[in-house]
Design a protein around this ligand. Structure first.
Ligand code: SAM
Length: 311
């Protein structure tokens, strides 16, 4: 259903929105500092699948590579690696952090891959395929893949986050968080709702859209970490709904007052508001700044994979 909706949308408009989104907002530095990377367990699940195809690990293409979060995890296992992203800012950020001689980054769109037919052993997309035009992307991915090569799509939704001290029902808490997020960001996420739904449904629509027989859902990996509230606040700032919300408030104040002061920002900034609601109303702390709050954070990493037929 969501795929149909996306196909109906004007593609160049969607593309512009993606491009301007990461390029115009100041999210890229938050993104590279605060998004999780992918654990060796996620990498092992993917590489077990890749090894099963009998392909040689020569060239890896990471599409929607962002700041290189997944590129770095898979790079040591391939001879040549290219990361592409539609956002020039993300590409600059990826280049800045790159430590591998055999890895390069370049701007490019998932729907028009600038690579030769049958030149790539594996295409990966980490937390990105839900923004692509699936039909165009798959047509390109299976064109550039060598016979027997595979395309792998990893995704995660907002993590569950529960203070170590909390003894209540974690599921109840997560449901409240989801409702809170939906309430706060109802307007901001309207345009991006198809992508979010795709992640919430763990890429069921993506799996359905893959145009080959050899496709499957791989083992889901739960990556667990401990974060303090500062780290969690940073993660929140890397979320597009948060950035869009604050941007909207910023624009309103600017229109009204002709300038935006640091105090204005403190008044409208959604991050401390959200964290205080959670800390105070849900977990019983006076403030989210309470140094005793330590969060158990769990990301559920799900993966879809498909292999290009050899004949
Ligand atoms: C949520 S970020 C994921 C970044 C990184 N792969 C990670 O795992 O954290 C999604 C990325 O997809 C990129 N993107 C969105 N639409 C794209 C498209 N049509 N072609 C290429 N990249 C795209 C965005 O610019 C953004 O950097």
């Amino acid at each position: 259903m969501f795929r149909d909706l996306r196909q109906k949308a004007n593609w160049s408009e969607v593309k512009m929105k993606q491009q301007t989104y990461y390029d115009s907002l100041d999210i890229v530095s938050e993104y590279s500092r605060n998004r999780p990377t992918y654990s060796s367990r996620v990498r092992d699940v993917v590489m077990k699948y890749f090894d099963g195809t009998g392909s040689r690990p020569d060239m890896l293409l990471d599409v929607g590579c962002g700041g290189g979060q997944a590129t770095n995890v898979f790079a040591p296992l391939f001879q040549k690696v290219v990361g592409i992203d539609i956002s020039q800012k993300q590409i600059e950020s990826a280049k800045r952090q790159n430590k591998f001689d055999h890895v390069t980054y370049q701007a490019g769109a998932a729907e028009k891959l600038d690579f030769d037919d049958e030149s790539v052993a594996m295409v990966i997309c980490a937390e990105a395929v839900h923004w692509f035009d699936l039909e165009k992307f798959f047509s390109e991915a299976f064109r550039v893949l060598k016979p027997g090569g595979c395309v792998v799509m990893i995704g995660y939704w907002t993590p569950s986050f529960i203070p170590d001290s909390y003894t209540g029902d974690g599921n109840e808490l997560n449901l409240m968080h989801t409702q809170l997020v939906q309430h706060l960001f109802a307007d901001e996420i309207k345009e991006r709702i198809d992508g979010y739904r795709s992640i919430m449904r763990k890429y069921a629509d993506v799996l359905e859209a893959v145009p080959v027989q050899l496709k499957s859902r791989l083992e889901t990996v739960v990556d667990e970490m401990n974060w303090d509230m500062d780290r969690f606040a940073g993660f929140m700032r890397s979320l597009d709904a948060v950035e869009l919300y604050n941007q909207k408030q910023h624009d309103q104040v600017l229109r009204k007052n002709g300038k935006v002061t640091a105090e204005d920002f403190r008044n409208y900034d959604i991050v401390p508001k959200f964290l205080n609601l959670a800390a105070n109303k849900l977990w019983g702390y006076e403030s989210y700044k309470d140094p005793n709050i330590s969060l158990n954070v769990k990301f559920e990493m799900f993966t879809i994979a498909a292999t290009k037929p050899r004949d």
